[in-house]
Design a protein. Structure first.
Length: 261
């Protein structure tokens, strides 16, 4: 399975990162950032909770399903477009399958006031301290790769570090598990991480399982006007969009258009 391969490779990368920067050193850096951080509390949550549809614009260079993406804009030009149009930025930092890097997130942080979601396969406390140290405002918790204890502990650690959390789910059972930690934002991934197939109707099918008062973010497969209209109709609070923006020469205009539909 693709997901198992990604997690296996992530464990190898973690070993390399820990050898380069020990946890103790990284924890100290994270605490320094936390202590000097003047940015508003709950920045990511508030961006997702604004009236109307919230959009998370993603930066990624590749994926297991697409291969290398034909990027139309360089990173800094893209961030300028996102700054003018979206509510938050998602940055892939997974190296082997998405060609991500924490340096991309650092560059985005230096150029954007928007909340930044570190999108990665978070399986170790080390990654949460790293996320804080490099300037992320929020992290992704993927229910499919974590047990209940990890979910609870990582959600608590994120809160302690001042990081927002997007809890990703794909089916009813994962939503049931996610609700045990009482998250404020639940993502519904339209992509099956086992085979990377996409079904946009997954959000419509699962939206009724998310209790009132919690935000629902639709992830993956959002490519055109009809997709946006459908997701608005079924009550999604926001969208995480990657490929459509990455392949667009004018993502700001596209984001503004979709918000106005």
């Amino acid at each position: 399975m693709i997901l198992e391969d990604i997690v296996r490779d992530k464990k190898i990368r973690l070993g390399e990162h820990k050898a380069k920067t020990p946890l103790k050193e990284l924890r100290r850096a994270a605490e320094e950032v936390k202590g000097s951080d003047s940015r508003p509390k709950d920045l990511f949550y508030n961006a997702m909770a604004t009236p109307g549809i919230s959009i998370i614009g993603e930066f990624k260079k590749a994926s297991p399903s697409l291969g290398v993406i034909e990027v139309k804009l360089e990173l800094m030009d893209r961030i300028e477009e996102y700054n003018a149009s979206v509510d938050a930025i998602s940055c892939l930092t997974e190296e082997d399958h998405f060609h991500g890097n924490i340096d991309y997130l650092k560059q985005i942080r230096s150029k954007s006031p928007l909340p930044i979601l570190r999108k990665d396969f978070m399986i170790d406390e080390y990654q949460f301290y790293e996320a804080k140290a490099i300037g992320a405002d929020a992290v992704l918790l993927i229910t499919a790769i974590l047990d209940d204890t990890q979910m609870k502990d990582f959600y608590q650690l994120s809160g302690d570090l001042g990081l927002g959390v997007l809890v990703e789910t794909h089916d009813e059972y994962e939503i049931e598990r996610a609700l045990k930690i009482d998250p404020r934002i639940i993502g519904i991934n339209n992509r099956n991480l086992k085979d990377f197939s996409i079904d946009l109707k997954n959000t419509g099918r699962l939206k009724p399982y998310i209790p009132a008062g919690k935000l629902c973010i639709a992830e993956s497969g959002i490519m055109g006007d009809e997709d946006v209209k459908y997701l608005k109709e079924i009550g999604a609070d926001g969208f995480l969009i990657g490929r459509a923006f990455m392949e667009s020469a004018d993502p700001a205009a596209l984001a503004k258009h979709w918000k106005e539909l």
